[in-house]
Write a protein that binds this ligand. Sequence first.
Ligand code: GLN
Length: 539
Amino acid sequence: MASSTKYIFITGGVTSSLGKGIIAASLGKLLQARGFSVTIQKFDPYLNIDPGTLNPYEHGECYVTDDGAETDLDLGHYERFLNITTSQSNNVTTGRIYNNVITKERKGEYLGKTVQVIPHITDEIKSNFYKLGQEGKYDVVITEIGGCVGDIESLPFIEAVRQARWDLGPNNFLVIHLTLIPYLKAAKELKTKPTQHSVKQLLEAGIQPDILVCRTEYHLPPEVKKKLALFCNVQLNSVIEAMDADTIYDVPLLMKKEKLDERVLSKLKLSSKQNTDLEDWKDFLGKLKNPTQEVNIGLIGKYVSLPDSYKSIIEAFTHAGAAVECHVNLKLISSEEINSDNYESKLRDLDGILVAPGFGERGFEGKIETVRYAREKKIPFFGICLGMQVAVIEFARNVLELENANSTEMDPYTSHPIIDLMEEQKQIEQMGGTMRLGAYTCELKRGSKSHLAYGSKKIQERHRHRYEFNNRYLDQVEAAGMIATGKNPETGLVEIVEIKNHPWFVGVQFHPEYKSTALNPQPLFVKFIQAAIENKKVK
Ligand code: GLN
């Protein structure tokens, strides 16, 4: 296969949750700093076509790209570290692979052949491996293989990686295996055996890893590194230590110190185009670690027992907090536990309140109580997607006195459907991939809080919803002081509401958190934190 693109595959061993996404993003960052154009893709071994239909408790947040793909949350890390945009092609599941193959079979494209895992599924996987590389834009494509080596369901991916070596040639192909070196307290020893076993499993599948990245709580002594090199057939300098870090944003610098980028370049026979020292990244880290102030912000939602459900929001606070040198003490509060009797005790300590995105009725009334408190007590308020819809409903009920005003999502028979199903959604019966998804333009009202934050009148943000502000109520709502300060210029769909007589009350139908990156903090998050700082001073 003639291509100048280099392919790096990252597999995982011993256990899940070792942070393959962070290692992939960190390596990508280091290669970018050396002047290469890099993208990262993730191949997930489950059968859902995409994570869009998954409950956040299954795999954490569903991350949405500009082109409207519902993807794995690791794509968020890729964008946040590399300042790039990803797309549908950057996330492929087993379900999508099988769907493609079965669709081709039904069309008769296999010309009467028996369709099999090898070669048809593996060929489909490989053609997806190479898709982004073939765009000609990238020097390096990093592919993260989800799951663990040895899982039944990831076998076809592993087999496709084995075959890819022969398509690409040894100088264009590299496998990094991320593994765990556990510390046994009783024996006071770091143990290499689980890694030996997982590399053995890779070898059985015909793959020799080139580099081992070893997650560990303690530094790896030279004899441990030597043992790993000897038993796993890797060069001693290709055993890379990945110590637990204070923040995920430390990992690129830790990997640089361990010379992961140098090992990769030498094995891929690439010579560095430049070697910047990541000054802007260090500057970001310096601010993140040395805040001059602190605020308490409440994230009110219904999936709070798994913080990964709100990954991008949490990271957006990290980026924006660093930008204003403020430590954001983010408190995740379950909206199900908030009611009209206890809301004050639950929310009293907060300098700013964010009501999170979500679906369905559970915890909804707790969110209404939360918004009422923030509006009446003039606490800075930020509502995202469902959070914005709740803000509108609360305003309708308690300011316009439209009793029982609701979203038809929560009450299909409400007498005041102030949030209603979008017209184009009414005919849709299928669940997967059918919401209003991806980037749309929004036009901002001059002088609004949002305009002030973005510093521009036209913005693009990403969406994931079915319901919208019902424009029949717009005049009434605006006359009472809640203003639609952002609208879609083509459809008039209300994208942002703000309350005039309030220090900072902004609800957005879109998801600003998806576009926040370490070096480009999202402006609404920055302004929200600043408003919380102001509120704290007044208190
Ligand atoms: N459930 C709401 C809708 O579909 C909000 C979705 C969200 O918060 N992402 O419109």
